[in-house]
Design a binder for this molecule. Sequence first.
Ligand code: AMP
Length: 217
Amino acid sequence: MTKNLKMIFLGAPGAGKGTQSDIVAEKYGIPTISTGVMIREAIKNNTEMGLAAKAYTEKGALVPDEVVIGIISERLEKADCQNGFILDGFPRTVPQAEALDQMGVGINCVVSLEVADEKIVERMSGRRVCAKCGASYHILYNPSENGTSCDKCGEALSIRKDDAPEVVLDRLNVYHNQTEPLKDFYGKKGVLVLVEGQEEVKDTTRLTLEAIENAIK
Ligand code: AMP
């Protein structure tokens, strides 16, 4: 019997976590929980949390651990997470991973999408997002059907403020310093699989699904 999938996508910004999360979520019928999407939503709606997060996010820094840990613990208690879930963009620091352990959710698969920094910078310059539903596209590698609006909700696509080249370099530094140590954290637990990000989304998906199927069989 296969186990419920409770997984994390690790990887640099722009490595393809959001794209692969959505594909896996659809295949397994489980939700994707993206702290980045939740934070952008809160900023758009001017909530208290959004106002607190805005300055960090815009300069490419991480929002304080206690804020994101709070959001995630509330979200994981919802009924739709009981048969599994995918975390995209959380945890991003060792204290966040320790807090997740304490929630006792039993992560059984961590896929780290490996993409070289030079490739990330190139990819980020072509990223386009839907500010309404959070869908993400790339002008060359994963374009929307008409190239200008979202396939899911029709909203005009835009460029994320934090995808500006100078902010991307800061975000990559943050990734290497604060998030990459999580590979060691989950490697020691025996749940980590490294997946080389491929040129074509579908090739990365094939490798990702193989890793997942092995983890939950
Ligand atoms: P993302 O869409 O995952 O690239 O996240 C965009 C931004 O939201 C990040 O650069 C951070 O400012 C913030 N953020 C998202 N997830 C986290 C997290 N787990 N911890 C701290 N900050 C986060």
